[in-house]
Design a protein around this ligand. Structure first.
Ligand SMILES: Nc1ncnc2c1ncn2[C@@H]1O[C@H](COP(=O)(O)OP(=O)(O)OP(=O)(O)O)[C@@H](O)[C@H]1O
Ligand SMILES: O=P(O)(O)OC[C@H]1O[C@H](OP(=O)(O)OP(=O)(O)O)[C@H](O)[C@@H]1O
Length: 216
């Protein structure tokens, strides 16, 4: 177990390296995680690794005391009973509405046609709330990845997706039309662990925030 006595859920994929760097900097030895690509549970380090979209599931159930995942994931899974403790600063990205460059604005075009805009996304929660709040009726098409393909093939008029550098949008001839949300990595806790292991959770939170400030 690590020095905090907490089981930490760590996201694989894009945020893995920065998360391990942050944990190393606060005294959690992540060497074994870095050396094992397929292994998922690391008892000595007190780390479990998983898809970012599963982190809140494990933390909510208490299968991990704390976890790291993207704000976008938390916004999508808005009903989860977890406590958001800190913005860790890394993993910046944005959720945007985008459509084919050169085409008319899809929202205005739908209005003009008196039709409903069709939008593909894997963020159906974020998208439906956004369109509801902005008073627009849309038809959402749930896709599981490579969302940029959907408007290029005529499946939809626009997409709601994550963009970071903008490369994927550009390489697929798409342009951003509206920004919906900003995201960075967040530290979350199980509500019971937050109460019962308050000192350890707070020590980890303070250390991670301090090292993030130092690294920035
Ligand atoms: N440049 C980026 N591209 C993609 N995701 C990023 C980027 N920067 C930060 N992120 C964060 O990483 C998360 C996605 O990570 P990744 O692409 O590795 O997972 P995934 O395979 O899409 O997983 P899941 O199925 O859980 O959504 C996003 O939800 C976001 O919070
Ligand atoms: O602006 P960029 O820096 O190009 O990054 C954005 C891309 O990253 C994400 O895809 P991801 O790798 O998570 O795969 P996915 O399409 O299967 O979700 C997102 O869906 C974009 O496709």
């Amino acid at each position: 177990m690590n020095r905090y006595g907490l089981r930490i859920a760590v996201p694989r994929g894009t945020m893995l390296r920065a998360s391990l760097d942050a944990l190393d900097a606060v005294g959690v030895d992540t060497a074994e995680v870095r050396e094992n690509d397929r292994k998922l549970l690391f008892e000595d380090a007190g780390i479990v690794t998983m898809r970012p979209s599963d982190v809140a599931t494990y933390v909510e159930a208490g299968a991990a005391d704390v976890g790291i995942t993207g704000k976008d994931v938390l916004m999508e899974q808005v009903g989860r009973d977890v406590v958001e403790l800190a913005d860790l600063g890394y993993g910046p990205c944005r959720i945007v509405l985008a459509s084919v460059a050169g085409d008319p604005d899809p929202a205005r075009e739908a209005l003009r046609r008196l039709g409903v805009m069709r939008v593909a996304t894997k963020y159906t929660g974020i998208a439906s709330r956004f369109f509801e709040q902005t008073g627009r009726q849309v038809e959402l098409v749930k896709v599981n990845g490579s969302v940029e393909l959907a408007p290029l093939t005529g499946l939809v008029d626009a997409i709601v997706d994550l963009t970071a550098t903008g490369t994927t949008l550009r390489e697929n001839g798409l342009v951003e039309r509206e920004q919906i949300a900003d995201s960075t990595a967040r530290l979350i806790a199980n509500p019971a662990a937050h109460r019962l292991k308050a000192a350890a959770v707070d020590e980890l939170r303070r250390a991670l925030v301090a090292q993030g400030t130092a690294a920035a």
